[in-house]
Ligand binder design. Structure first.
Ligand SMILES: [Zn+2]
Length: 256
């Protein structure tokens, strides 16, 4: 090959690589409404088991219904607020009806080249009768190469959620970030296990967001009994703002 040919080959290679790197990709926020349906999906042996429901309010409202309702509002609010960033954004849910989806399938749905972050929505219980507060759950440091990234992402998300919840429960607060080290005898969350196996999700921030403790009667009364739709939209607003700003910063800022 003559030097001039080599030059043009290099230029065309550079153009091809450049084109693929600067392709205008629309980042997608993946929202996973926890639980669903009437029976377990997946198996413990495969570490794919998603329970149909965990928490229930004193009045009988199920977590699985609240996760779906809240996720649908969050999607709507993110899309309606997306003008605050200078590029289009997508929002996808791992389920949009009352069905359970096992963790292998949920993780596969999240495994997209354009996924910007993964947020699994849950409502908490078992913190004691008067427990209050929003928190994020992330994969423990011992098995999580992106622990610092997830901790920063989850901490901001819990703070944003708590800001929204305080409109209705002024004593609520952010409980920050906890890890999944205590789950499944130290093995951690099976959803995180399946997400970690997905090649396109390396370096993509992931966490569970536990919106509030719904077995606390005060939470049920203030947040869930009356005008739930309007209240959920209010809670979703700072979360949507945080997610949009976070994704915006990562898309336009220096990449790690
Ligand atoms: Zn849950």
């Amino acid at each position: 090959m003559t030097p001039i040919c080599r030059f043009f080959t290099l230029v065309s290679l550079w153009l091809m690589v450049g084109a693929s790197l600067t392709r205008a990709e629309i980042p997608v926020i993946m929202i996973d409404p926890g639980h669903g349906g009437k029976s377990q999906a997946g198996t413990l042996e495969m570490r794919s088991n998603s329970s149909p429901n965990n928490a229930t309010t004193p009045g009988g409202i199920k977590e699985k219904d609240l996760t779906l309702e809240f996720s649908l509002f969050l999607k709507e609010v993110i899309l309606s607020e997306s003008g605050r960033i200078g590029f289009p954004i997508g929002v996808l849910l791992t389920r949009e009806s009352d069905v359970n989806v096992d963790f292998i399938q949920r993780a596969a749905l999240c495994n997209r080249p354009d996924t910007a972050c993964v947020v699994s929505i849950h409502f908490n219980a078992g913190g004691g009768k008067n427990a209050l507060g929003s928190l994020a759950l992330i994969s423990a440091e011992s098995r999580n190469p992106q622990f610092a990234l997830d901790r920063e992402f989850g901490g901001g998300l819990a703070a944003a959620c708590s800001e929204g919840v305080r409109n209705f429960l002024p004593d609520s607060k952010s409980r920050g970030v906890i890890t999944d080290g205590h789950l499944h005898g130290g093995l951690g969350s099976n959803f995180f296990f399946q997400l970690a196996r997905q090649p396109r999700l390396k370096g993509v921030p992931k966490c569970f967001l536990e919106v509030e403790f719904i077995d606390n009667p005060a939470v049920e009364k203030a947040l869930l009994k009356v005008d739930r739709e309007a209240k959920f939209r209010t809670v979703a607003l700072p979360i949507a703002a945080y997610l949009l700003d976070y994704v915006g910063k990562r898309k336009t800022g220096p990449q790690d």
